[in-house]
Design a protein around this ligand. Structure first.
Ligand code: ADP
Ligand code: MG
Length: 479
């Protein structure tokens, strides 16, 4: 029988793997050892390729003893291990890092960044999302309508837009705008702009891994990873991202544990030239409950605010939407809307949609008088506090369930969701405390209400059909 010759380095590494497999659990083996590629064996130095600097650090921290013993068993006491660390194509240096065994030399890495571009096509195992997922396949969670094309430029957003565009069009991470923090009031376009940067990056650099996540979801994922014992996988996942967008960072105020983990991820990404984009409803100096060390890092890059748009920009924003949605609207109505709704672009869009919906429903020719009537009703309802009972009634009638079912102690999905949406609107549209809202909707406590509020907010941002439902309920609440 003819044996197929395999190269010596491969044979040595295969032997090592056999020993390692017996000493670590299946999941760790798959995560940390299967992705390693042996490269060569020269002068008793085995060179292995690892997918990222973090991967290298993790191996050194967790498995150096095992690697040391295994390698010595195979190659004798003077065995050495050398790492090739895969970095981005554009950050290349010539020499690999050699580490003598034994020894933990993580600090050497920081002084000598190691960037040997053997190949960056090797998939990185991503245990955090779906086992075996390829790095390039990570869903960036971007909404295609939040593009730069759809983002109207005005004095109110000039700096933020220009800087954001520069980040996306130059290699992200390589500008001095890192981190890039966009801040401003509700409905002024923070999410839209942050997503536009992600979309444009994907367009120009398809190989870059972009990820959009809001701070609440990040926090939930982190807690889940603690619960299931997967914190390392969670960190590893985030450290693989090239352009990380975290929306509504103010929601981490007071969440010290989450801030701590974010701090470490932030450092890793920043050190490796990855781009971080953040949004917040306040300037960094006004952020409450944030660790000083995080705040000081936010200042490393650029903070740019979004202000309320001026009249011309408001008109342009409406015209863009009219064009995109393919609807008709007389100019005088556009100008009326732009002069009435001044502080929130989301509401400006909402008013336009409302008027359009009314014309479709009533099949009437839209007149300025009619538009005024609708907007007056809209703004009257915005100002007038609606009651929790009213919200329950509207939500239940939308889902075709009896309001009493909200009080039942059931975990039926449909009921739970209706209850969460009712809680969400009660928090948004009434002045009632979380306790009172909880008591009136299902007899729950304030933590349940807060959780419901966050869940709905998350879903609005990530699930289009859910968002449309919520928007429709909101319109019904206001009419
Ligand atoms: P924020 O995150 O600041 O609360 P969003 O990004 O969600 O605000 O924006 C609210 C709505 O207004 C979105 O539908 C968005 O597309 C729209 N919008 C915001 N700024 C602009 C702009 N400059 N041009 C066009 N649409 C905008
Ligand atoms: Mg937002």
């Amino acid at each position: 029988m003819i044996k197929k010759m395999i190269p010596e380095h491969q044979a040595v590494w295969n032997n090592c793997l056999r020993i390692i497999r017996d000493n670590v659990n299946e999941k760790s083996f798959k995560t940390w050892f299967e992705p390693i590629v042996p490269i060569k064996l020269e002068n008793n130095v085995l060179t292995i390729q690892v997918p990222s600097p973090f991967f290298y650090e993790y191996l050194e921290e967790q498995y150096i003893d095992l690697l040391k013993k295994t390698l010595r068993r195979e190659l004798g006491n003077d065995a050495k291990l050398e790492y090739h660390i895969v970095m981005d194509k554009d950050s290349v240096s010539e020499s690999p890092l050699t580490l003598k065994l034994p020894g933990k030399t993580t600090s050497e890495v920081k002084n000598n960044p190691v960037n040997v571009p053997l190949s960056d096509e090797k998939p990185v195992i991503n245990p955090f999302a779906i086992p075996g997922i390829k790095k390039l396949n990570i869903d960036p969670h971007l909404n295609p309508s939040y593009s730069f094309d759809n983002f109207v430029e005005g004095e109110c957003n000039k700096l933020a837009r220009t800087a954001g565009y520069a980040i996306a069009t130059h290699s992200p991470g390589s500008t001095s705008f890192n981190p890039f923090l966009i801040y401003g009031g509700n409905g002024l376009g923070k999410t839209h702009l942050a997503q536009a940067i992600g979309l444009e990056t994907k367009e120009r650099f398809p190989d870059k891994t972009v990820l959009y996540v809001n701070a609440n979801k990040f926090q939930t994922q982190y807690y889940d990873s603690i619960r299931t014992g997967n914190v390392n996988d969670f960190i590893h996942f985030y450290q693989m991202i090239d352009v990380l967008i975290i929306d509504d960072i103010h929601d981490l105020g007071g969440k010290m544990k989450t801030q701590d983990i974010f701090f470490h991820i932030f450092n890793h990404l920043h050190q490796n030239g990855k781009q971080i984009i953040l949004t917040s409803d306040k300037a960094p100096v006004d952020l409450q409950g944030m660790e000083q060390r995080l705040l000081s890092r936010f200042k490393w890059g650029l903070s740019a605010d979004l202000q309320t748009p001026d009249f011309e920009t408001r008109v342009a924003i409406l015209q863009k939407k009219i064009y995109n949605d393919g609807i008709q609207m007389p100019q005088e109505i556009i100008e009326y809307l732009a002069s009435t709704i001044v502080t929130n672009i989301r509401e400006l869009h909402g008013a336009l949609t409302s008027i359009h919906a009314h014309t479709l429903l009533t099949k009437k020719q839209i007149t300025l008088e009619f538009a005024k009537e609708i907007i007056e009703r809209l703004t009257k309802h915005t100002k007038k506090e609606v009651s929790i009972d009213y919200i329950k009634k509207v939500v239940c009638s939308y889902y075709n369930i009896h309001p009493d079912t909200l009080q039942q102690n059931t975990r039926k999905r449909e009921i739970v969701q209706a209850r969460q949406i009712a809680m969400y609107f009660s928090k948004n549209l009434t002045k009632s405390s979380l306790n009172v809202i909880g008591m009136q909707i299902g007899g729950k406590d304030h933590a349940t209400v807060l959780h419901a509020y966050r869940t709905v907010k998350n879903l609005i941002e990530t699930d289009k059909s859910f968002r449309l439902q919520v928007e429709e309920i909101e319109r019904k609440l206001r009419i």
